[in-house]
Design a protein around this ligand. Structure first.
Ligand code: S3P
Length: 170
């Protein structure tokens, strides 16, 4: 694998992109970025506030600009927001500028990990499990389209997942 190739993590909310991305970056001694955290730093407010003020469409514009900026660099590990793959430009950027890992995790696990998080506006609904199932149905084909490697997240805990990804990468 080309040494400076970016590594990009995609998957639904709660799939472990940030946790695994941080660990991967530490192991590879690379800079780590999380597109949501980067957007929050640039705007000075939380993701949920951007959704409140500008709607999902406003957030998606900021997300696309941020991902395009981050992928101008090389040799980074990037955790993307779960909806980043909805935008064909983002998918194109990811495929062109990175090696992409899809963390495929069952809905029941995603729900357990996200149920107390107020900063995920799309899950502030009466039935978050049904919402996660709908998001999964819509996005799973898109995650697979961009992915160079699909990790079965149900079978791997974080450190284990990092080993598995590194094995595929090297
Ligand atoms: C979103 C996922 C979130 C964040 C925003 C929208 C989505 O990121 O970008 O709340 O559409 O799935 P995480 O996947 O890091 O939670």
């Amino acid at each position: 694998m080309e040494i400076s190739q970016n590594i990009i993590l995609v998957g639904l909310m709660g799939s472990g992109k940030t946790t695994i991305g941080r660990l991967l970056a530490r192991r590879l001694e690379r800079p780590f970025y999380d597109s949501d955290q980067e957007i929050e730093q640039r705007c000075g407010v939380r993701v949920r506030t951007i959704f409140d003020l500008e709607g999902e469409a406003g957030f998606r514009q900021r997300e696309a600009a941020t991902i395009a900026d981050l992928l101008k660099g090389s040799g980074i590990v990037l955790a993307t927001g779960g909806g980043a793959v909805l935008n064909p430009c983002n998918r194109e950027q990811m495929k062109r500028h990175g090696w992409v890992v899809y963390l495929d995790v069952p809905v029941r696990v995603l729900y357990e990990r996200t149920r107390n998080d107020q900063n995920r506006p799309l899950l502030q609904v009466a039935d978050p499990i049904a919402k996660l199932e709908a998001l999964r149905a819509e996005r799973d084909p898109l995650y697979r389209e961009v992915a160079d490697f699909v990790l079965d997240g149900a079978r791997h805990h974080s450190s284990n997942a990092v080993q598995r990804i590194l094995k595929e990468w090297e």
